[in-house]
Design a binder for this molecule. Sequence first.
Ligand code: AMP
Length: 341
Amino acid sequence: MTSVATLGSHCALQVLKGAKEEGLKTVLICEKKRESLYQRFPFIDEMLIVDSFKETLDERCQKALERCDSVLVPHGTLVAQLSSAEIKSIKTPVFGNKHILEWESDRKLKERLMQEAGLDIPGAIKDPKDITEPVIVKRQGAAGGKGYFVASSKKEYDEKRVRLVSDGVIAENEELYIQEYVSGVLAYLQYFYSPLREELEFFGADQRHESDIEGLARMPADQQLGSKKTPSFNVIGNSPLVLRESLLEKVYEMGENFVDAAKRLVSPGMNGPFCIEGVYDENAKFSSFEFSARIVAGTNIYTDGSPYYSMLFGEQMSMGKRIAREIRTAAESGSLDKITT
Ligand code: AMP
């Protein structure tokens, strides 16, 4: 019997609950320190206890996953803790396209795919001396916004960078990515592309609550200016966002363009869940600064089903359950190779 496996963090609860709802066996790769947390949840059939998630690559884990006939569902923790080469070396079938995860982690590849998809991307600034307008300075990979900062000049950039290095947040030689800062309403657009149905679905949208930029925005402007601390964009949680219905057409168009671009650049394409992340400006024009090529934690807000999926499927459907439905359907028709890499 096919099982669904994932790492114990990020959106593991949702993924495994959804798998259980679809009648699949569930396996959690769980760090020893979190064993008691996950034991609270009745839908986890088997736990593979590890000291660190790197052990997912070890023969012991790989063998156990093989024995459970597992499909591994990748999420942000896998991308953050394993290198692209390590992810590609995983022998267990990975749901979606494990090769595209490298395009999520590498800024240059990321930009290429977003350009190919025709997304409107805020400009990148190559050299800090060219900073004349507010920019956001980012780290590579799925850092979750930790260590990001805003600057309006080279001087401010240098000062903040030096401070973050001395605080041990970023490494001295770390290559940072500088991007034009876009103000507006942030929106994280969650999609699912089904290679079985050859169809794109829009699942929902969310907003992120980031510390401590959010706290800073609540202070009066003069106190903000006096604050010595460099605010970070560390994600703490998510809340639902419902878009104006008139924006949906463009949302689908962006998702479809993204799927088409991924098919051209990174075979077999953008299969499974993904997210396009950006900002709506005052004219409701969307600039996209990021994508995630796998399930995002923002879908955790809809564990009992997203509003759009209720309309599409006529039943309560979370992203975890949608993934499991695709796995179950593929397993039943002997086409798991279509939905895994
Ligand atoms: P990212 O890692 O690219 O998803 O960025 C983390 C957070 O930084 C986002 O959730 C936004 O709050 C903020 N952010 C990233 N890029 C931009 C941008 N170009 N303009 C404004 N805010 C941004």
